[in-house]
Design a protein around this ligand. Structure first.
Ligand SMILES: [Zn+2]
Length: 234
């Protein structure tokens, strides 16, 4: 115990933990991104009085779409999400997830809807091979942060599986994205989502092709209602 503390102390002196975004030293209660950056560096997407944070047309059964930040192409946020996706900075995901959770708590449309309902968080599943190669699902870590702040539970992994390797959708038109993602998900244990309000969690909401496809599978499986919560929206 002492040795562990001692080594931690030494490494703290040699390699002080710094914020992934601004590079300034982190306080002990900060994880990967400092509070300053979390609160000021990004543009909050939620506007009080509105339900969803974008004007995207939502398919039937999807009640709300809520993003934490507006996407700044080429800016801090892109870099941060890139770190989360490709550099194993899973702690960044939890930090972002907590912030997303707090943002959801401020949205009365979300809060009123989850009242007295069975609600689960559903990180968008990755294709198993892709998850193995990456070693983790970045959406899961965002969900962990959301769960911590809201008290909602994360749906057990593999209740819904991704059965189609869709590859990257970047640069695809909406129509191409939809075709590509069609039939990508399969609900393995429908009894776990039946009559449950599912909050789909993902990193970025772009055209909604992925989350809408997942929604339609959830709906077929008898899910109570669906909401979409993401770290960013394009
Ligand atoms: Zn910072």
């Amino acid at each position: 115990m002492f040795l562990k503390k001692f080594t931690e102390g030494i490494s703290e002196i040699l390699f002080p933990k710094v914020c992934t975004v601004c590079g300034l030293r982190l306080a002990t209660n900060e994880n990967f991104v400092c509070h300053n950056c979390l609160n000021d560096k990004f543009e909050e997407a939620y506007r009080p009085g509105k339900g969803s944070t974008s004007d995207a047309m939502l398919p039937e059964g999807v009640y709300l779409q809520h993003a934490l930040w507006n996407f700044d192409k080429g800016g801090y946020l892109q870099e941060l999400l890139h770190q989360l996706k490709y550099h194993r900075l899973t702690g960044v995901g939890v930090d972002i997830g907590r912030q997303l959770g707090k943002s959801l708590l401020r949205n009365p449309h979300f809060m009123n809807r989850i009242k007295d309902r069975k609600v689960c968080l559903l990180p968008v599943p990755l294709y198993p091979k892709k998850r193995r190669m990456r070693g983790y699902n970045q959406a899961f870590y965002i969900a962990e942060g959301v769960a911590e702040v809201t008290g909602l539970y994360i749906l057990k992994k593999d209740v819904i599986q991704r059965i189609k390797n869709t590859g990257t959708q970047t640069g695809f038109s909406l129509e191409k994205r939809r075709k590509n993602i069609d039939g990508a998900f399969q609900v393995i244990e429908p009894e776990r989502v039946k009559d449950v309000l599912c909050v789909i969690i993902d990193d970025v909401f772009t055209t909604g092709a992925t989350t809408f496809e997942l929604s339609s599978e959830l709906k077929k499986a008898g899910s109570g209602e669906i909401m979409i919560a993401t770290a960013a929206q394009a």
